[in-house]
Design a protein around this ligand. Structure first.
Ligand code: NAP
Length: 277
């Protein structure tokens, strides 16, 4: 192996959840990279972030480095079943190391969501979501206008609304009855959470998939507290005047893996399992 200077070394950050298996694997990787000529371990400005745990851990890793998406590529190792953001299982760590040693910087990128909340005092809060952003009203039924690309589409009444990314479509969105989207489709999906539908109140009822160029706006019709969830984090805001959802101009990138598991294989493994054909 050739001796590299500090500047040419690949900077690697390793983060793991609290599971015993994850911590053990993190120690193994840490020891390997500490002694490697081509890599430099650092949590600051890494080129590659290795997340050990599950899809939930990868969500946390994404938020830790969401301001550095231009430079960071992620690698997920699952210490359980096959995940959606995790290309490697814990017993495949040697394959991962071989792939990283021959890595040429190739990546595979997926769209993420940009959410802008405008409060009634004009203050704006912008966030990025990898899976989805949901809004729910705390006190009573949420009443909100849904505007899609400036078309006043419907008045929603119910528990809340989820807007998910393609990679988030297999998460909460699926539990809500939304469709699964292949992650290369650049689109957002709006899914209702327990809408009120009767002779008086009406919503579309099915989920809506909107393309990259379009935006979704949710305009709450009542004052009060709203709970906004961005992936695995929850925030409470009072008096929201508008929430805007768009596909962000940045993407999440993963280290391209020669043995990349097909998306449909992951969907089958997670939700169907083996069956007798
Ligand atoms: P959690 O409640 O501890 O776990 C949520 C589960 O969702 C975990 O099994 C996780 O997989 C899985 N998951 C995460 N992202 C996924 C994806 N893109 N596709 C398929 N499964 C995925 O919370 P967490 O681990 O911090 O994850 C937060 C996410 O939970 C939210 O973004 C939301 O999508 C999801 N959620 C789902 C529901 C529901 O289905 N009713 C309700 C609330 C939140 P791992 O085991 O691999 O980590």
């Amino acid at each position: 192996m050739t001796q590299m200077t500090f500047n040419t070394k690949t900077k690697v950050a390793i983060i793991a959840n609290g599971k015993y298996q994850s911590k053990r694997l993190a120690t193994k990787l840490f020891n390997t990279f500490r002694d490697a000529d081509d890599f430099y371990l650092t949590k600051k400005n890494p080129d590659i972030v290795i997340s050990i745990g599950g899809d939930g851990m990868l969500l946390s890793a994404f938020h830790m480095y969401e301001k550095q998406l231009d430079r960071v590529r992620f690698v997920g190792i699952h210490t359980g079943h096959l995940g959606f953001y995790t290309d490697y299982r814990d017993f495949e760590v040697d394959t991962l190391l071989e792939n990283l040693y021959t890595d040429k910087g190739e990546k595979i990128s997926y769209p993420i969501l940009k959410v802008t909340v405008t409060l009634s005092n004009g203050h704006q809060i912008t966030s990025r979501a990898l899976n989805e952003a949901t809004v729910k009203r705390i006190e009573k039924t949420m009443v909100a206008d849904v505007v899609i690309n400036d078309v006043k589409f419907e008045r929603f009444r119910g528990d809340g609304i989820s807007v998910s990314t393609p990679t988030g479509s297999t998460a909460y969105n699926k539990s809500l009855g939304g469709a699964i989207l292949h992650p290369t489709i650049e689109a957002l999906q709006l899914t209702e959470i327990s809408s009120l539908n009767n002779r008086v109140f009406r919503t579309l009822g099915s989920s809506i998939i909107i393309p990259k160029k379009d935006k979704i706006e949710i305009i709450p019709k009542r004052l009060g507290s709203y709970v906004l969830s961005i992936d695995n984090k929850t925030y409470t805001h009072r008096n929201i005047s508008k929430i805007e959802y768009k596909i962000d101009n940045k993407k999440i990138s993963f280290v391209s893996t020669p043995s990349h598991t097909s998306f449909w294989e992951r969907v089958k493994d997670s939700f169907i399992g083996e069956w007798d054909s």
